[in-house]
Design a protein around this ligand. Structure first.
Ligand code: ACO
Ligand code: OAA
Length: 378
């Protein structure tokens, strides 16, 4: 007798897997809060370091707490000589997401506290990851182009230091502000695929480097974080804003996905898009290049008219990063530099009230059968 099929939610659509106090997505009002604060307000009133502290501690830092947090982050940026040697051995055409995934895994082997999964140790390790990941991303990017890595500068704030390590210089304040806003918007988003991956790994009482390494693997996919790169490749294929509508309609004919559109939770607009779009437009003004935002506007209009699908955060973030001068394969690793904050907050939360995550599968394979001898197998 065949079993009745249980209620299977493919893709876990609509499933509440646990409670969380880190952030809240409200699709009915297109809004998002981190620990109760609207992301738009955080973008205007705070900076990425303050948001990292907020996500990890539940409250915004006061001046002394922020200064101590920043001092810790700045003191932990340098990569070990061994990791730098490993980075030099990576194939020049390795994708930077593969490079940072491997680098974080290596950092796990180097960290003296890897095996200590107490809350205090996990927090110390998360701080070291927040500090070192940008240095590894920047070093791998430069090495892949035959350039020497640039050592972090402890006199610079987080965002300025990232530009320093990638380009060897710090850009004007409008560029830093746009980047900082992108880092705040990318920091956290409830139980997205990569965050859930980090919680799943944590649930077996594994360590934070293992969880973050797995999270990076999940983020890489083009249905998730990899979409910010895919958006820019797509925009680059479109010869001009005037050609965008015909290009898109042709894509509809092939039933192809349009990258940077759609979202599992938001169905009438991603809460973060208006803010990121504003700062992408500021970047277009700073650089004096409106092609990407004009092309984007046509795509967004036609997608809404024809498919009723809105853009997600990756859609304006892609051109914003391009206008900041970053190589396209660096876009998702930049997302990692930010999302380490949200991932770690979830690792702490999962660890504080843990139960092994282990769902069921409904078997649909062959009935039980005898193992045939080799001589009878076709
Ligand atoms: C930071 C982030 O990770 S944001 C997400 C970044 N990812 C992307 O931009 C990739 C493109 N987008 C997508 O692939 C999807 O929208 C996802 C993966 C983000 C969400 O997927 P789901 O929640 O499973 O999609 P959903 O069920 O809402 O799709 C409904 C319909 O819209 C279509 N659709 C959704 N997004 C798109 C898109 N970007 N282009 C074309 N059609 C789309 C689906 O094919 C589906 O059509 P169907 O009903 O004819 O099968
Ligand atoms: O929430 C999701 O599924 C994807 C997303 O937007 C994010 O991780 O920022």
């Amino acid at each position: 007798m065949s079993e009745a099929t249980p209620d299977i939610r493919k893709g876990l659509v609509g499933v509440y897997a646990d409670e969380s106090a880190v952030s809240k997505v409200m699709p009915e009002t297109n809004s998002l809060t981190y620990r109760g604060y609207a992301v738009q307000d955080l973008c205007e009133e705070s900076n990425f370091e303050e948001v990292a502290y907020l996500l990890w501690h539940g409250e915004l830092p006061n001046a002394a707490q922020l200064a101590a947090f920043q001092a810790e982050e700045r003191a932990n940026r340098a990569l070990s000589p061994a990791l730098l040697r490993v980075l030099r051995e990576f194939p020049a055409d390795a994708h930077p997401m593969d490079a940072i995934r491997t680098a974080v895994s290596f950092m796990g082997m180097e960290d003296a506290e890897t095996a200590d999964i107490s809350d205090a140790a996990q927090r110390r390790k998360a701080l070291r990851l927040l500090a070192k990941i940008p240095a590894a991303v920047a070093a791998a990017n430069r090495l892949s182009k035959g350039l020497e890595p640039i050592a972090p500068d402890a006199s610079l704030p987080f965002c300025e230091n990232f530009f320093h390590m990638v380009f060897g210089k710090v850009p004007q304040k409008e560029v830093i502000k746009s980047f900082d806003v992108s880092m705040i918007l990318y920091a956290e988003h409830t139980f997205n695929a990569s965050t859930y991956t980090t919680r799943l790994v944590t649930s077996s009482m594994s360590d934070i480097h293992s969880a973050i390494t797995a999270g990076i693997g999940s983020l890489k996919g083009p249905l998730h974080g990899g979409a910010n790169e895919a958006v820019m490749h797509m925009l680059s294929e479109i010869p001009s804003p005037e050609a965008a509508e015909a290009w898109l309609r042709e894509r509809f004919d092939h039933k192809a996905l349009v990258m940077g559109f759609g979202h599992r939770v938001y169905k009438s607009g991603d809460s973060r898009v208006p803010t990121m779009k504003k700062y992408a437009e500021i970047m277009a003004e700073v650089v004096g290049d409106t092609r990407w935002m004009n092309t984007s506007a046509v795509l967004a209009r036609v997608m809404l008219e024809e498919k009723k699908i809105h853009p997600n955060l990756d859609f304006p973030a892609g051109p914003a990063y391009f206008l900041m001068g970053f190589d396209i394969p660096l876009f998702t690793p930049i997302f990692v530099c930010s999302r380490i904050t949200g991932w770690a907050a979830h690792v702490f939360e999962q660890g504080a009230d843990n139960r092994l995550i282990r769902p069921l599968s409904f078997y649909v394979g062959p009935e039980q059968r005898a193992v045939p001898p080799m001589s009878t197998r076709g």
